[in-house]
Design a binder for this molecule. Structure first.
Ligand code: ADP
Length: 537
């Protein structure tokens, strides 16, 4: 007998999402799930209730004739019924397609048809989108409304017709359970299909103290939408830890603030703009920020002043980096081993970087001029950021070819610096970094320096063709309301902050800067808008 089979473990336990909800219902069944609906009403359920409803939903989907592997779409905010559908769809072997309601009409048409969604679950507030898109969506056979039976069957009635006597559909760890589309800043959106096993591993890694730091006592109000990159995996990691969730269909700071206070929220997660709005609200009301233990901030760079203010409030800032293609968590920031030795300023500096890779993913940077050359992790050299791991994309939905190299490296399109302690510092996007006279200028660092000026509301740096230097930076600036700040003022502000050769060749004042559907600056649209722009030699 070989040593290998002298004993055995239960490796026939397949990594399926149904284990997550079974565990949550069994071990934390009474832990509450609170929803504040769009109309102001509130409801409460718990993990046991979510599981019961998910079983009924799985039955209801089968009754509609939905088969294993087919896509079920949702167009919805964060609430308990949306949570039920995460588990109900996966539990019947289906694939939940969380659609971003902020996408443009052409994108909405493209992704629903491309995913061949069979069912559309939606919030009543999105009825106008449904009315507009219905004729353009060619595969959707059933419409179910999450919160009202006015125009389509109501979700509660639809699942209420079932008894919940259902066995989860079994299968492989590699079966898909969710699909999310990238926002398509270049070309059509691309589908990223998450698998049962990849999702489960990603959620387990999310439980590390140095990731979301959940405990059974955690109370999380996720502001990051369930339709954005699987809500960073929080609905799965939260179920594993048995935390209490507080969901809100409204992102009004007043609503969030009141819920955070009243429900004892300890943790939140969202893009930086969420906190910006919250700061403004608290300042206008003359009230304190909510006493959160931790705030996970990601999706775009978290500004330094935001980190400072939250840290002074006693909130740990977990600055995270990831993308739809990475399920999405790649790196998360938090206290490192040298934390206690750092000054407050140094802690803020470190938190402004994008954190360290969580277990399961590997990062490397390669030379922007020679992609075969891997760069040192010296905290200085920036290069194209690549990633690999079990929850990183290998092939886009319906694509014929893999999108990784022969060793599994996926090119993120980001540019960054890796530090010796593993910290990632993002400096730009490969398409946005500015090449001047053979050297690279980080458009993001230039923008960050510019928005540090008190009268600058928003700034975008773009490399414009230059006869001598190849490209030179032009800074587009939106002034604060009522401000007359001049280009000279901004240049004076920039001088001590950036290298001389990074100084913009021109500063152009604009009324607005275009954004993508996910609220990020769209350099592509900005370049299109100024396609005839000429810099003098
Ligand atoms: P898209 O908007 O392209 O659909 P994602 O929402 O997946 O996609 O965004 C991923 C991109 O967002 C990353 O590649 C990176 O450029 C940016 N990003 C995400 N988190 C951060 C962060 N913490 N700091 C800076 N940029 C970030």
């Amino acid at each position: 007998m070989s040593a290998a089979n002298l004993g055995a473990m239960q490796h026939d336990w397949t990594m399926r999402i149904t284990h997550v909800i079974d565990h949550a219902a069994r071990e934390s069944g009474t832990r509450e799930i609170v929803t504040r609906w769009a109309d102001g009403n509130e409801t409460r359920t718990n993990w046991a209730g979510v599981r019961t409803d998910a079983l009924k939903m799985a039955q209801a989907l089968q009754a509609l004739g939905i088969k294993k592997g087919e896509r079920v779409a949702s167009l919805a905010m964060n609430h308990s019924r949306h949570l039920v559908s995460w588990y109900g769809v996966a539990g019947m072997g289906g694939v939940l397609h969380t659609v971003n309601p902020r996408l443009f009409e052409d994108q909405l048409e493209y992704i629903v048809n491309h995913a061949e969604d069979k069912v559309m679950l939606y919030d009543a507030m999105f009825q106008p989108i449904i009315d507009k898109m219905r004729d353009r969506w060619t595969t959707v056979e059933h419409y179910i409304c999450f919160d009202s039976g006015e125009n389509s069957p109501a979700f509660e009635d639809w699942i209420g017709a079932q008894d919940g006597d259902f066995e989860w559909v079994t299968g492989e760890a590699t079966d898909p359970c969710m699909i999310c589309y990238t926002s398509g800043t270049t070309g059509n959106p691309k589908g990223v299909q998450y698998e049962h096993g990849s999702t489960l591993l990603h959620a387990v890694s999310g439980l590390q103290p140095s990731t979301f730091n959940f405990s059974a006592a955690s109370v999380m109000l996720p502001v990051v939408p369930m339709f954005h990159a699987a809500s960073w995996g929080l609905p799965y990691a939260g179920a594993m830890a048995g935390i209490k969730f507080v969901f809100s269909c409204s992102n009004e700071p007043a609503v969030l603030h009141e819920l955070m206070d009243r429900e004892g929220v300890t943790d939140s997660a969202g893009v930086p703009t969420v906190w910006l709005a919250h700061f403004q609200y608290c300042d206008a009301q003359g009230i304190d920020l909510p006493k959160l233990k931790a705030a996970t901030i990601g999706g775009s760079a978290c500004p330094r002043f935001m980190i400072e203010r939250l840290m002074k409030n006693g909130t740990r800032v977990q600055h995270a980096w990831g993308m739809t293609e990475t399920s999405p968590i790649g790196t998360v920031g938090g206290p490192t081993w040298d934390w206690d030795k750092l000054s407050f300023e140094e802690k803020v500096d470190k938190t402004a970087m994008q954190g360290r890779p969580i277990f399961g993913v590997e990062l490397r940077t390669v030379d922007l001029d020679d992609w075969t050359k891997e760069l040192p992790r010296d905290g200085k050299t920036s290069g194209a950021l690549q990633i690999r791991g079990p929850w990183i994309i290998k092939r886009y939905f319906k694509a014929e070819e893999d999108c990784v190299d022969e060793n599994g490296w996926f090119d993120t399109g980001d540019v960054g610096i890796l530090h010796p302690d593993g910290t990632l510092q993002l400096t730009d996007r490969t398409k946005d970094v500015i090449k001047s006279g053979g050297e690279w200028i980080s458009s993001v660092e230039l923008e960050n320096a510019a928005v540090g000026h008190a009268e600058v509301a928003e700034a975008a740096a773009v490399g414009m063709p230059h006869p001598k230097w190849d490209e030179r930076p032009v800074l587009f600036v939106v002034r604060n309301e009522g401000s007359n700040v001049s280009a000279d003022d901004i240049n004076e502000h920039l001088k001590p902050l950036i290298a001389k050769w990074w100084m913009p060749d021109a500063i152009e004042f604009v009324d607005d800067i275009p954004h993508t559907a996910t609220g990020k600056i769209s350099k592509k649209d900005l370049r299109d808008r100024f396609k005839d722009y000429k810099l003098e030699g």
